[in-house]
Design a protein around this ligand. Structure first.
Ligand SMILES: Nc1nc2c(ncn2[C@@H]2O[C@H](COP(=O)(O)OP(=O)(O)OP(=O)(O)O)[C@@H](O)[C@H]2O)c(=O)[nH]1
Ligand SMILES: [Zn+2]
Length: 203
């Protein structure tokens, strides 16, 4: 699935060092998997995997709320739901460190603060690029928007596939997990809830 592309590898920028103890851990994992970490094709793998995990878990280095600090208060009289849907994301499950890939729909009904629309996706990625369970990811995105934009309502629906269910374990491909977190009017008012879920395509 296509994913957000704000990690741009610049060949002029030195790649981060991967400490020896991290590389050792990856060599141990290769051995545990049944291969030989000393064979040629695997010699640089510990460094690559170390860097890859820095990137998968980049979210630990940021507070996603920072993306909601630039708000617009002049919205030209618009007072309806703002929805960003089909936002692709990647995360990793905290149980198996296997990929979680999916899409999110994020909506809010502004009170007096509106943000640039890309910022909703940035908040999602900030929480997704960590070791997660889908329920917590969903709640963290919704709560961050609720606390920082103080809107009338927030709704987040996430639909994702879990690598730990497809490539191992129960080995059941094609299933999606769906989670939602509703706050404010989307939780309390049935008409608002129906409207937002229908705009998201879940109506
Ligand atoms: N609720 C929830 N469960 C998840 C998520 N990601 C993975 N899991 C589940 O976490 C559970 C961990 O179960 P355990 O019995 O401790 O681990 P396991 O023996 O590897 O389980 P199996 O995957 O069934 O083989 C599994 O049922 C996974 O499907 C998530 O985001 N939310
Ligand atoms: Zn898992």
């Amino acid at each position: 699935m296509a994913c957000e592309a704000d990690y741009v590898e610049d060949p002029a920028i030195k790649k981060p060092d991967v400490p020896e103890h991290v590389q050792d851990a990856i060599r141990t994992l290769i051995e545990w998997s049944g291969d030989d970490p000393a064979r040629e094709g695997l010699l640089d793998t510990p460094k690559r995997v170390g860097r890859a995990w820095l990137e998968y878990c980049q979210g630990y280095k940021e507070d996603p709320a920072i993306h909601l600090s630039r708000v617009f208060e002049e919205v030209g009289g618009y007072d309806e739901i703002v929805l960003l849907k089909d936002i692709p994301f990647q995360s990793h499950c905290e149980h198996h460190m296997a990929p979680i890939t999916g899409k999110a729909a994020i909506a809010y009904l502004p009170r007096d603060k509106v943000v640039g629309i890309s910022k909703l996706a940035r908040v999602l990625h900030g929480f997704a690029r960590r070791l997660q369970i889908q329920e917590r990811l969903t709640a963290e995105v919704a709560n961050c928007i609720w606390d920082n934009l103080e809107p009338e309502g927030v709704a987040v629906v996430i639909e994702a596939q879990h690598g730990c269910m497809t490539g191992r374990g129960v080995r059941t491909p094609g299933v999606s997990m769906v989670t939602s977190k509703l706050c404010g009017c989307f939780l309390d008012d049935e008409r608002s809830r129906k409207e937002v879920l229908s705009l998201m395509g879940y109506g």
